[in-house]
Each structure stands twice: as structure tokens, then as C-alpha cells.
Write a protein that binds this ligand. Structure first.
Ligand SMILES: Cc1cc2nc3c(=O)[nH]c(=O)nc-3n(C[C@H](O)[C@H](O)[C@H](O)COP(=O)(O)OP(=O)(O)OC[C@H]3O[C@@H](n4cnc5c(N)ncnc54)[C@H](O)[C@@H]3O)c2cc1C
Length: 454
């Protein structure tokens, strides 16, 4: 049993993952008569929707991350443990952790999210990092900035072009955001800083296997996003399947694109812990959950957030992998547990989860975004971008001194200056989790973080 395991008589709720779903569940339960243990392999909650801004040097990791311990420092019934959960023994209600300990639970909330998927080509990972952690964002930033340094240094024209060719595989929201921002930086922010290479000559190539970008949105919005990307100078390659990636470039069938910098934004799969519950999974490895979000046959286990494969029984619509879905799922599971505890056992009729969709926005670059808000209203261009900005500033409130973040953004967007344009350290192995984010009371507070989950 883990040393931190609470000895109280209260039901023990173990939450695997301190992302949007896990953090929200813990916050919703912290005043209930339960003891809670949150287990995460990182010591911080990460606001993933703004990770690309760290990768593109507009923000620093601490701007978009909050130490989980700090969030719950005033909640004595919440214990936080830095560990990787390796296996769930659903029969005995135990979770095995990477340091060899096991932890018992009365209720388990599994919220470990997704990880990168290279379609069976795991060797591509070392050449084409994905974007899911602060360490990966810093690795991408380092590679991006270093590429221009190398282009500046070389006399070989072919080499220079290869250093200044950036390929992004996958034109979902992350690929689109990265491509648009990279093009902007190369054309607007960097030119004055270099003497030998003309950063405006950089090629930003966005490759997508589908026949349109942002294919989760409708066709007119995809078309608009493509036009905006091309307006920024991005080369968009649709219906193109990447067949090889190495240190010097990318293959699309017989075609070779020489590029020293490739970013993976194409595939995701479920984190492996979900499968150890023993319940059925979908083709991405996500656990197919019951209408109340519990794992079939285990009313005491809830699977929430990106890891849950949920189809609304009333609308037949599948819940998308988005932060608001994770937040709403985390809250739903917490409410059921609180009601169970109050009733002294599992309720006969539990409420069904329904996702309340308030919209989706994807930014493309300075003053350009597309999306759908308030049900079915399409928004594009400056208006969509302003909405995106307001939504993200609102959600960021708890993460750092808001003025600092606003200042960083204003500098990046209005003055074409990126305050975080630093190449830091050696190229890190971003598959290792990090960095450790320390609590800074001036920057974070439990109260303000409350607003993140609202
Ligand atoms: C780059 C990027 C941009 C995005 N942009 C948007 C956007 O604009 N809008 C939007 O709505 N959504 C966006 N998303 C999706 C959104 O971030 C996810 O839907 C959301 O984070 C899912 O929340 P979650 O709690 O299920 O998982 P996560 O937030 O991924 O949290 C999972 C947590 O589990 C931990 N963990 C994983 N495995 C283990 C283990 N075995 N043991 C212990 N801990 C573990 C991780 O460290 C992590 O803290 C984006 C995602 C990415 C990667």
C-alpha cells in the first residue's frame, strides 16, 4: 500500500490524472465526505490548448501550468501523489504504481487522456515530436529557433533550405495553429534578427491525409481556414499520406520533401492504463463507457475525459476529445460519487451524461480564427479570433498573473516580438515528463484555479 494512503473511514476516491477531467472531479468532490488521492505522472496540470503558444515562444510553461499540490493545498482531504499508474486490478480495487506500491480505492476515476500515435511507425517519434507536454513544447521551440541559427550559419543553399523547411503532419486544430503561427513568425517576427538567411523564405508545409483541414468542422469553415493559412504563406497539402520520416525529411509516396524540422500533429491513441480495466475499448483504445460514464460491470470505476469513448444514447452523437467535454465529464462522475456516498451506496438510477456543446474555435494566426459558437453559428476572421482570445484569457485567469500573460501575448501579437524566444539547454528528450513546475503563490491560487473548471 502506498505510504500516502489515507487511514480515514471515509470512502477513498482515487483519481488517475490531474488533467481537465481529473482536476475538475477532485474540485467537485473536495467538500464531500470522502478522502481523495490524485495520482499524476506530472506534478502539474497543463492547459494544453495553449501549448502551441509555448512551442511558438509567446508564452512560458509556467504561464499555462499549475502545480496540482498547490491547487489543493487547503483541502486536507486531498492527497496528491507524483507517480505513474501502471495497472488497475478492478477485481480487488487496487491500482499498481510505477514505484512498486499499490493503492486501494472505493471509487476510481480514470482520467489519463491520450498520447501520440505514429500509426505503427514509432521510429518516427524521434524525428517528429508531437505536442502534448511542456517538455515537448520546449523541444519544438528549441528545434524551430535552432533551425534558423543553422540556416544562418551554413553556406550550402540546399542545406539552408532544408533547415528552413518545416513540415507539420496533421491539419487538425494543433497542426493548423502551429503552421499559421510558424509562418507568421518566419515572415514577420524574425527577418530583422538575421543577417545571412532570409527567414521570409522559410517553407511551412502542412500535410493532411483527409481532403480538408480541420475536418471536425464543417466544409465552409475548413475552406476558410485553408484560405487563411495560404494567406499566411503556408503550403497546404491535402489528401497526402506521409509514408516515411527521418532526420532529413518526409516521404509522401514517391515524393521526398527535404526538411530538418518535422512536427507530428496527426494521430492519438488512448493511454494504456484504460485497457487494464478489462472493459471493451474502441479502435483508439478508449474505454467504451456506460451512459453514466462508469466502466461496464464496475459502477465504482468511472472513465472520463479523452480516455472515455462515449456516445449519447439520446442523440447518438459521440463526445469529442475537447477540454469542455473532459470538464463536464469530471463533474458528472463526481456528482454521482457524492450522491452515492450520501445515499450510503450505489444509486439504482444514475443520471446519463449529456455534453453541453457551447462551441469550438480554432485559431490560425494573428487576427484569424474559425469556429462555431452558441449552437450552430459560424464565426470566422477577426471576430472568431477575438472570441478565441477572450475565451482563453478567461480560462487562463487562474494560471498566472493575468497581466503578465496578457503582456506576453500583446507583445507577440501587436509588436511582432516573442518574449520567450529562447533556446534553452540541450535538446531534451521530451518523452520524459517535465519540467517540474513549482508553486509560486504570487502566480497561482486555489481560488482562481476554481474558475478554470467552471
Ligand atoms: C496541443 C493541444 C491543443 C489542444 N487544443 C484544444 C482546444 O483549443 N480546445 C479544446 O477544447 N481542447 C483542446 N485540446 C484537447 C484537450 O486538451 C483535451 O481534450 C483535454 O486535455 C482532455 O482532458 P483529460 O483530463 O481527459 O486529459 P489530459 O488533460 O490529457 O490529462 C491527462 C493527465 O493524466 C496524466 N497521466 C497520463 N497517464 C498517466 C498515468 N499512467 N499515470 C498517472 N498520470 C497519468 C497526464 O500527466 C495528465 O496530467 C488540445 C490538446 C492538445 C494536446
Amino acid at each position: 500500500m502506498a505510504p500516502g494512503q489515507p487511514q480515514s473511514e471515509k470512502p477513498h476516491v482515487v483519481i488517475l490524472g490531474g488533467g481537465f477531467a481529473g482536476l475538475t472531479a477532485a474540485k467537485a468532490l473536495r467538500r464531500a465526505p470522502v478522502s481523495i488521492t490524485i495520482i499524476d505522472r506530472r506534478n502539474h496540470h497543463l492547459f494544453q490548448p495553449l501549448l502551441y503558444q509555448v512551442a511558438m515562444a509567446a508564452l512560458s510553461p509556467a504561464d499555462i501550468a499549475a502545480p496540482i499540490r498547490g491547487v489543493f493545498s487547503r483541502n486536507k482531504n486531498v492527497n496528491v501523489e507524483l507517480a505513474e499508474a501502471e495497472r488497475i486490478d478492478a477485481e480487488h480495487r487496487l491500482v499498481a504504481l510505477d514505484h512498486g506500491e499499490t493503492i486501494e480505492y472505493d471509487y476510481l476515476i480514470v482520467a489519463t487522456g491520450m498520447t501520440h500515435f505514429y500509426f505503427g511507425h514509432d521510429d518516427w517519434a524521434e524525428h517528429a515530436p508531437g505536442l502534448k507536454s511542456a517538455a515537448e513544447a520546449l523541444q519544438i521551440r528549441n528545434r524551430f529557433l535552432r533551425a534558423f541559427e543553422m540556416a544562418e550559419r551554413t553556406d550550402d543553399e540546399y542545406d539552408r533550405q532544408a533547415w528552413m523547411t518545416f513540415v507539420i503532419v496533421g491539419a487538425g486544430p494543433t497542426g493548423v495553429e502551429l503552421a499559421g503561427t510558424m509562418a507568421e513568425i518566419a515572415r514577420r517576427d524574425l527577418p530583422g534578427d538575421f543577417r545571412h538567411c532570409d527567414t521570409r523564405q522559410a517553407r511551412i508545409i502542412l500535410i493532411e491525409a483527409h481532403d480538408r483541414v480541420l475536418h471536425s468542422m464543417d466544409a465552409p469553415l475548413s475552406a476558410r481556414a485553408k484560405r487563411d493559412l495560404e494567406g499566411f504563406g503556408v503550403e497546404v497539402r491535402l489528401s497526402s499520406m506521409v509514408t516515411g520520416i527521418d532526420d532529413d525529411g518526409v516521404d509522401i509516396g514517391d515524393e521526398r520533401i527535404g526538411a530538418k524540422n518535422v512536427i507530428w500533429a496527426a494521430g492519438v491513441k488512448a493511454t494504456s492504463i484504460g485497457a487494464t480495466i478489462g472493459a471493451a475499448t474502441d479502435k483508439s483504445g478508449r474505454v467504451i463507457v456506460e451512459p453514466d460514464l462508469s466502466a461496464p460491470g464496475h459502477p465504482e470505476i468511472f472513465v472520463v475525459g479523452d480516455l472515455a469513448s462515449f456516445t449519447d444514447p439520446e442523440t447518438d452523437e459521440a463526445a469529442p476529445g475537447l477540454a469542455p467535454v473532459a470538464i463536464q465529464m469530471g463533474r458528472h462522475a463526481a456528482r454521482i460519487i457524492a450522491a452515492d456516498v450520501k445515499a450510503g451506496g450505489s444509486q439504482k438510477k444514475r443520471p446519463t451524461f449529456h455534453y453541453r456543446d457551447r462551441g469550438e474555435l480554432a485559431t490560425i494566426g494573428r487576427a484569424r480564427a474559425v469556429g462555431v459558437v452558441f449552437g450552430k453559428h459560424r464565426v470566422t476572421g477577426l471576430l472568431a479570433w477575438l472570441l478565441w482570445l477572450v475565451v482563453h484569457i478567461y480560462f487562463l485567469i487562474g494560471f498566472r498573473n493575468r497581466l503578465m500573460v496578457l503582456f506576453g501575448w500583446a507583445q507577440a501579437y501587436l509588436r511582432f516580438e516573442r518574449g520567450a524566444r529562447l533556446i534553452t539547454g540541450e535538446e531534451t528528450d521530451a518523452s520524459k515528463e517535465g519540467p517540474i513546475i513549482r508553486n509560486n503563490p504570487r502566480e497561482q491560487s486555489a481560488e482562481s484555479l476554481e474558475e478554470i473548471a467552471e
